[in-house]
Design a protein. Structure first.
Length: 210
C-alpha cells in the first residue's frame, strides 16, 4: 500500500514477477482496493494471493510508534506472515523506517550484529557494488561499520556468487589520517577483521580509541 502510485504499481510489479519468474506472491493490503487490480490484470493472477490488512502506515508516520500500535497495518501483517513461515520474504516500497522497525520487532537481529543496515546495489565496471549503510543509521560506532562490511560481503557472496568479495570503507581519501573520527577509528578495525579468524568477535571487540 506504500510507495509511488500505490497500490496499482505494486500489484503490476507483483504480477510481472509471478508471470516472468514463477513466484507465488502474497499481496498484503486493503483487499477492496487490491483485488480489482489483480482481477483486471488477467494473466499471472493465478499465483497471486491477497491478505487483507485494513490499516496503512503512511510515509509521515513515526515508524516505531506506528508499528507498535497499528497491528492491522499492511507492513505488520506482512511481517507476521514471514515470521510464521507463510511467506519467505517481505518487500515494501512504503515507509522505510517502519519497515526497519517491524523487521527488528518481528525478526530480531542476527547474533553478533548490533545495528541493522540498509543495503543498496550500485553498478560498477565489473558488476555490482553493495553499499551499507544507506540510511538506517545516523550515528554508529566503528565496530558497526565492520559488521556492515561483514553483512555486505556475505550478501554479495550468496546473491552474486563472488567467492571473496572486496570490502572497502567509504572515506574522503585513502591516506592514513584522512576522514572524520569514525572513519579513522573504523579503518584499523577492518584491517584486524581481515587478519582475524572470527568475523563477528573481531568486529564486536573494536571500540573507539579514546
Amino acid at each position: 500500500m506504500g510507495g509511488d502510485h500505490a497500490p496499482a504499481a505494486a500489484v503490476e510489479g507483483a504480477i510481472a514477477a509471478s508471470r516472468d519468474w514463477g513466484f507465488d506472491i502474497i499481496l498484503v493490503g486493503r483487499a477492496a482496493e487490491v483485488r480489482p487490480l489483480v482481477d483486471h490484470a488477467g494473466r499471472g493472477k493465478e499465483k497471486i494471493e491477497i491478505v487483507d490488512a485494513p490499516d496503512v502506515i503512511g510515509m509521515h508516520d513515526q515508524p516505531a510508534q506506528a508499528v507498535r500500535r497499528r497491528k492491522g497495518a499492511s507492513l505488520v501483517v506482512c511481517a507476521d506472515l514471514v515470521k510464521d513461515g507463510t511467506a519467505a520474504a517481505m518487500f515494501s516500497a512504503g515507509n522505510t523506517g517502519a519497515g526497519m522497525a517491524v523487521s527488528l520487532f518481528k525478526f530480531g537481529r542476527i547474533p553478533g550484529i548490533d545495528r541493522p543496515a540498509l543495503a543498496i546495489t550500485l553498478p560498477n565496471r565489473k558488476g555490482h557494488t553493495i553499499l551499507l549503510d544507506a540510511g538506517a543509521n545516523v550515528d554508529v560506532a566503528p565496530h558497526c561499520l565492520v559488521q556492515f562490511g561483514i553483512m555486505g560481503s556475505i550478501y554479495v557472496r550468496e546473491l552474486f556468487g563472488v567467492a571473496d568479495p572486496r570490502v572497502g570503507l567509504v572515506n574522503i581519501g585513502e591516506e592514513e589520517g584522512k576522514g572524520n573520527e569514525l572513519a579513522r577509528e573504523a579503518s584499523p578495525c577492518s584491517k584486524r577483521r581481515r587478519s582475524g579468524s572470527s568475523a563477528t568477535s573481531r568486529a564486536r571487540t573494536c571500540s573507539p580509541a579514546r
